[in-house]
Design a protein around this ligand. Structure first.
Ligand SMILES: [Mg+2]
Length: 232
């Protein structure tokens, strides 16, 4: 596995996260924890003054690396897409090939990628067939040491907020994982929704083990026994 491939693997996410474990353990609490996407409807959006969503994909809207929405996500996600003035962007830790696939699957939604090149944060936007970077630019930047940012990077979440073009107070990040989606939202200072992953069985065993560890850590995290979760 190349160094870049290793960084882009789920195991890479996990091992990179270990060094930040104390921070992540303090950043795992979602604003809301929902059992199903159906609970996230127009009334929820209006009541909580939500103006933009940052979406995770795998385990949230699709099964692992599937090309179709989860059957139970089709109706609720379509209804959210039809709400006038509500913005949507995609932020995934998936590898490059999957990110390109996502741009094709959701041709009207921007897929945001972020890179750290020598301490400078660079933003890349894929929209359908359009890529804000040419293949040559991407290759040149990677060759020059640019490293993809991954959730829970606050800088990466801020790029997605900038793409939405709304006040951060109205933005909500939606995902199925505490260490990436929820911690990313908390580190960037925005609200979040933790969804149950309805397609856990489609994920590789190695990722499921990591998700189990994450769930255990969430239950045992500081403050958990005082019942502080999801009550905002
Ligand atoms: Mg996910």
């Amino acid at each position: 596995m190349t160094r870049l491939a290793a960084r882009e693997s789920p195991l890479g996410t996990f091992t990179q996260s270990l060094g930040r474990l104390p921070t992540l353990l303090r950043s795992m609490d979602p604003t809301w924890s929902l059992h199903s996407l159906a609970q996230l409807d127009a009334a929820f959006v209006a009541h909580h003054r939500i103006t933009g969503f940052i979406w995770d994909i795998d385990g949230t809207l699709t099964a692992y690396h599937y090309r179709e929405l989860l059957p139970e996500a089709v109706g609720p996600f379509g209804a959210l897409r039809r709400i006038a003035g509500l913005g949507h962007v995609i932020l995934s830790n998936a590898p490059e090939w999957r990110v390109r696939e996502l741009a094709g699957m959701f041709p009207q939604l921007a897929v945001i990628r972020g890179y750290d090149q020598g301490g400078e944060v660079l933003s890349r936007r894929l929209l359908g067939d359009d890529d804000s970077w040419t293949a040559e630019e991407l290759a040149a930047r990677l060759a020059a040491g640019a490293v993809p940012l991954r959730k829970p990077s606050a800088e990466l979440v801020r790029l997605a907020i900038a793409e939405l073009g709304v006040d951060p107070s109205g933005v909500v990040m939606v995902g199925d994982q505490h260490f990436t989606d929820i911690a990313g939202a908390n580190l960037a200072g925005i609200r979040s929704i933790k969804l149950r992953n309805p397609a856990a069985s489609t994920f590789p065993r190695s990722i499921r083990v990591m998700q189990w560890i994450e769930a255990m850590l969430f239950r045992l995290r500081p403050g958990a026994l005082r019942g502080s979760a999801g009550s905002r």
